[in-house]
Design a protein around this ligand. Structure first.
Ligand code: PAF
Length: 299
């Protein structure tokens, strides 16, 4: 569910690997999605993806991937038959933090897995995606009994060409990804730069370091064990690995869509306020991105 850059890419890769995959699309998207085009550095190919507009068709799924934006999760869940969650593992792959609590409030009994992915994808148009870089995907169970489900989901993804592993502390991974996104995404959205160009700009690099320092203080207060120097290094590595990619927030701003700024830098600002920590640089980036998308419609 979620046929943006990541959902289209995952749908295509899993189909190619022989998984029985079904993409839930909206009105007007179906024919483009059925003949999905994936472009990489080395090749460009079409994949015949099974597609539906009917959420009930997902009822027998073993694994449901949520690849929509975090702010669209509540709407997505409302579309699905409630019984689906009794037998189906749901894997949420959103950027940011906050969506899992909202999911748990609604899906009270089902298995929810949280995940972060460093796969880089750019959506050119519906049904045409650039796979800009292969990166790791990390999953973790929310419930203590759900490790086996997480292992089987990771295996299915890995077999499907999406290298994935399970970790014990997924909350820490979510924060690490949040800090990386907080440093890259708003600066890409504001400057219009591709990920790889951000690290060549000293002013951008200073801002990134400030974002990470503020975010790391929040993490420290929350007991999330990370080192700001390591995160900064990871940001450099991610921007290098995804150099040709336009960050998801830049894609959103360009297409006039709502962004995930609230779930990313907004979470740093909000937690900072609650914990009595100053986060001026995150606040500034937050306001700037909000103002860029002020008159835009939701996805
Ligand atoms: O949001 C994004 O764009 C991605 O999470 C990442 C890894 C920064 C690549 O662009």
């Amino acid at each position: 569910m979620g046929t943006g850059a990541l959902g289209s890419l995952f749908g295509g890769l899993l189909t190619e690997a022989g998984h029985d995959t079904l993409l839930l699309g909206r009105y007007g998207q179906i024919s483009e999605l059925q003949n999905l085009r994936i472009k990489t550095m080395n090749n460009e190919r079409n994949v015949a993806v099974r597609t539906t507009r009917d959420p009930m068709m997902l009822a027998d799924s073993e694994l449901l991937l949520f690849t929509m934006k975090s702010y669209s999760i509540d709407d997505a869940i409302r579309q699905l038959p409630a019984e689906l969650f009794d037998d189906c593992i749901v894997l949420a792959l959103q950027n940011g933090i906050g969506h899992l609590e909202r999911m748990r409030n609604v899906i009270q009994n089902g298995i929810i897995l949280a995940g972060v992915t460093y796969q880089a994808a750019t959506l050119i148009q519906t049904g045409y995606v650039i796979h800009a870089a292969v990166g790791p995907t990390v999953l973790g169970p929310l419930g203590k009994d759900d490790r086996v489900a997480a292992e089987s989901a990771a295996e299915a993804l890995t077999v499907g060409g999406i290298p994935s592993k399970v970790v014990d502390d997924i909350n820490r991974e979510l924060w690490i990804k949040l800090l990386i996104n907080a440093a890259i995404n708003p600066l890409a959205a504001i400057t219009g730069m591709k990920n790889g160009d951000l690290v060549n700009d000293p002013e951008v690099m200073n801002m990134m370091w400030a974002v990470i320092k503020e975010g790391s203080s929040v993490c420290e207060k929350l007991g999330v064990r990370i080192r700001k120097e390591d995160i900064f290094q990871r940001v450099i590595e991610v921007t290098e690995a995804t150099a040709g990619n336009r960050s998801s927030m830049l894609q959103d701003v360009t297409k006039g869509r709502k962004t995930e700024i609230e779930a990313i830098n907004g979470v740093i600002v909000e937690n900072g306020r609650r914990l009595g920590l100053e986060t001026p640089v995150n606040e500034k980036l937050f306001s700037r991105v909000v103002s860029l998308t002020k008159f835009k419609v939701d996805d």
